[in-house]
Design a protein around this ligand. Structure first.
Ligand code: FAD
Length: 413
């Protein structure tokens, strides 16, 4: 209970207690194909650990840590086995987007005997696991090991391949028996205030991509265009803001990092653990303040003009509404601003694909949610492109359901 992919928690913990860590990892892997990832990044306090009966009187069992340990043990002991694959079905499946939804679907479809090709827009597969979540939370070697595992199962991964530009879904349907769209929700939102186009302003996604994928942290060995900033203001109060702030703090040139959040600590959506780590590492948290203008000198950021906020009755989000206090403007000195307000869907594929229905937010609509089937024949979709920004484990759950739906569809076509 509490695990979106229904890991057999008591069973795997029994094996850990008995000292058979490989057996524990294999039990987890019957339903969760990326346990070394989820053991690190799942919000366990709201999922499995929330339902642990020990937690009623005491601390819950650290299920996430045990999952991570068992998966790491299996990998480090060289005990990962490539599963037996069903005989080839002769069916070809295309997956668009190599994040957790696409990777999970690919693994399950390969096991069922299908030929699977993943098309990824970036030069590296992994989705947010690679370009977004920082190394100190999820080492890239773990994502690499998962990609390697898929390749050993025969999955082909084509990178630098933007579907919607290089090929349309209709063109792909002539070559493949089914298509799974798992392109995520990576289009950043901005504040819409003066100065957002200045040098030194980044979306959190761009900033994290420059560090995680383009080696900005290895400057000057890698000449990535990330300026050597000293004082960085991160705008937002979610997990992405925390990742950006903690990453900024680790860059060699950084002297100070501030989180600027318009509500109070109680309303922050970031995990408590992340906020605690951020505090311990020395991030300055500034609450009840909102930027109104980014200040400049010669096209470069020099600071942020902010306004103080008071909280009113809860708004439609259920959180107290932030109301700016007239005349409370003040200036914060900073030479970089990272905007971490969340992200929406990239409209590219939906715009270029007839019959693919989307809602007002651009999320792909499903005709059968049990199998992630869209309104377009032979096209399935899952992960953040359907739900909006969510979690790794929910994207994996959608990948699993889609694999089953695609299997039924191509075998009965
Ligand atoms: P993604 O992981 O976004 O992958 C989509 C992939 O599709 C990308 O690689 C993209 O390049 C590719 N793509 C997009 N368009 C195209 C196209 N036209 N053609 C080809 N490829 C395309 N969740 C947690 O559970 N725990 C966390 O700790 C956590 N931390 C996060 C930190 C950050 C900074 C961010 C941004 C998100 C975080 N999340 C976390 C959320 C989680 O990562 C996402 O919910 C999850 O990755 C969604 O998976 P997905 O497969 O749907 O999409």
């Amino acid at each position: 209970m509490g695990c979106p992919v229904r890991v057999e928690i008591p069973e795997f913990i029994k094996q850990v207690a008995a000292g058979d860590f490989v057996a524990a990892a294999r039990i987890i892997k019957t339903t969760n194909s990326l346990p070394a990832v989820t053991g690190r990044v799942c919000p366990q306090e709201d999922q499995c650990e929330k339902h642990c009966v020990l937690g009623l009187k005491n601390e819950p069992v650290a299920i996430g840590q045990l999952e991570r340990f068992a998966a790491d043990y299996e990998r480090q002991a060289g005990k990962i086995e490539i599963p037996e694959l069903a005989p080839p079905t002769g069916k070809k499946i295309a997956i668009i987007g190599a994040g957790p939804a696409g990777l999970t679907a690919a693994g399950d479809l390969a096991k069922l005997g299908h030929e699977v090709v993943i098309f990824e827009a970036l030069h590296k597969a992994g989705g947010v696991l690679f370009y977004g979540i920082p190394q100190f939370r999820l080492p890239k070697e773990i994502v690499e090991a998962e990609l390697d595992y898929l390749k050993k199962m025969g999955v082909e991964i084509k990178v630098n391949y933007v579907i919607g530009k290089i090929k349309s879904i209709d063109e792909m349907m002539q070559e493949f028996d089914a298509v799974f769209v798992s392109t995520g929700s990576g289009l950043p939102y901005f504040l819409g205030i003066p100065g957002e186009n200045l040098n030194g302003v980044y979306s959190a996604n761009e900033f994290l991509t420059r560090v995680n994928l383009m080696h900005a942290w290895e400057f000057p060995v890698f000449d990535t265009p990330l300026h050597a900033h000293k004082v960085i203001a991160v705008i937002g109060g979610g997990n992405t803001a925390m990742d950006a702030a903690r990453t900024a703090l680790r860059l060699l040139s950084t002297e100070k990092v501030m989180i600027v959040y318009r509500r109070s600590p109680d309303e922050m959506s970031a995990r408590e653990e992340e906020i605690r780590h951020g505090r311990e590492e020395g991030i300055e948290f500034r609450y009840l303040e909102t930027p109104v203008r980014i200040l400049e000198n010669d096209g470069w950021v020099t600071g942020v003009e902010c306004q103080k906020i008071k909280l009113a009755e809860p708004d439609s989000s259920g959180r107290k509404k932030p109301v700016p206090i007239e005349g409370s403007e003040f200036e914060l000195q900073a030479d970089a601003v990272i905007i971490a307000l969340g992200s929406g869907t990239n409209p590219l594929i939906a715009q270029n694909t007839e019959d693919l229905k989307t809602d007002a937010h651009g999320h792909i609509e499903l005709s059968d949610a049990d199998f992630q089937m869209t309104f377009k024949e032979g096209v399935f979709a899952g992960g953040d492109i359907v739900t909006g920004a969510a979690t790794v484990i929910s994207a994996m759950g959608a990948g699993k359901k889609a694999a089953l739906g695609i299997h039924n569809y191509v075998m009965n076509k």
